[in-house]
Design a protein around this ligand. Structure first.
Ligand code: IMP
Ligand code: MG
Length: 339
């Protein structure tokens, strides 16, 4: 650690929320900053029997000592932000950058009809139209919204100072590599880049300051909205395998396909991954449920991990074995990875 970036492989919904909430507690993360697009994301955290879907605040909120920041690259929906601050009682420890652009009603309206809804299948949260206004230099910024005033802080300065002081910093990405405006399946993508470099830029951290990039892959691939999904299963087959998920922000059905090694390799390349987290292995192999040690996993699961490591040439350091924050096999110590 000192500074770790966590991003999604595939098309988002890979379990970043769960992995980040685990790291926040296990590594006692002191400063977490969210990059990425905005409230189109939904990071699910299941902690102490409660389920949280975080759209604006970092998933590291579960560590009550952790400072929670939103970088200037991120779009903020003030109502969603304020609701989450209230929900997780984060008033004293949350900050957002005055330069975050603000999603207004008009952005949501534009996102919920016409080309964006019908051709792209966006989340309807206003992100694309807001980023368009931002590029046109007509967007409203957080510094213009009185209700946000108490939370404003220089996020790049806070994060870089924390790194200077050797504190444990985590940068949280959103969506997934193949939803990137630059590297994804254009035009079926989100409204900006979401690879690790972009997440650093969103938060104002230069590439030389990052120690680890963890790319999170789910043990199978899902996608919501339109666009190509190689190896896509029929809805019935997806349901039979238990892969037919429901999207956390839009409530739409997620399309599903088997783990894709070609996409995963490319995601490792595009993000400069130093580690891979593999989530929901318990959905493929129910015997994995709740396991916390690698030896507890059945042979097929261990073989899948070995094959992923061989093909991707990156260690699979974290394996998700259930929805709860601590349902994780953490192999970092046994693999000799620092943290
Ligand atoms: P937008 O980001 O709302 O403009 O949506 C563009 C595309 O990205 C659509 O296919 C969405 O379903 C997808 N998308 C955006 N955010 C997420 C996410 O957090 N998880 C999964 N898909 C997403
Ligand atoms: Mg999600």
């Amino acid at each position: 650690m000192p500074c770790t970036v966590v991003v999604g492989g595939f098309f988002g919904d890979t379990g970043k929320g769960k992995v980040i909430s685990y790291l926040a507690l296990a590594d006692d993360i002191e400063v977490a900053a969210r990059g990425g697009v905005g409230p189109n994301a939904g990071h699910t955290v299941v902690y102490k029997g409660q389920k949280f879907v975080m759209r604006m605040l970092p998933s590291a909120f579960v560590n009550e000592r952790c400072r929670l920041l939103v970088g200037p690259g991120v779009l903020v929906d003030p109502a969603v932000f304020l609701r989450e601050v209230e929900m997780v009682k984060a008033h004293g420890r949350v900050g957002l950058d005055p330069q975050c652009a603000i999603i207004e009603l008009k952005h949501k309206e534009l996102d919920r009809r016409g080309h964006l809804k019908e051709r792209i299948g966006t989340t309807g949260t206003g992100c694309g139209p807001c980023n368009a206004d931002r590029a046109m230099r007509v967007a409203k910024l957080a510094r213009d919204v009185p209700e946000l005033e108490p939370y404003l802080t220089d996020v790049p300065l806070e994060v870089n100072r924390a790194i200077d002081e050797g504190r444990r910093v985590l940068l949280e990405g959103t969506q997934g590599t193949f939803l990137s405006l630059y590297h994804g399946t254009y035009p079926y993508v989100t409204s900006k880049d979401v690879t690790a470099s972009a997440i650093c830029s969103d938060v104002g951290v230069g590439p030389t300051r990052v120690d680890d990039v963890i790319v999170v892959f789910k043990a199978y691939v899902t996608r919501v909205g339109l666009g190509p999904l190689p190896g896509e299963l029929s809805q019935e087959e997806a349901e039979r395998r238990g892969w037919a998920e429901v999207a956390s922000v839009t409530g739409r059905k997620r399309r599903a396909a088997p783990f894709n090694f070609d996409l995963a390799k490319r995601a490792v390349m595009l993000n400069g991954a130093t580690q891979v987290a593999l989530t929901k292995i318990d959905v493929l192999y129910p015997e994995c449920q709740g396991a916390r040690k690698f030896e507890e996993l059945p042979r097929e699961a261990r073989e899948l991990v070995a094959r992923i490591e061989e093909e991707l040439e990156v260690p699979v350091s974290i394996i998700g074995t259930g929805p709860g924050v601590f349902e994780i096999v953490d192999r970092r110590d046994e693999l000799g990875l620092k943290r």
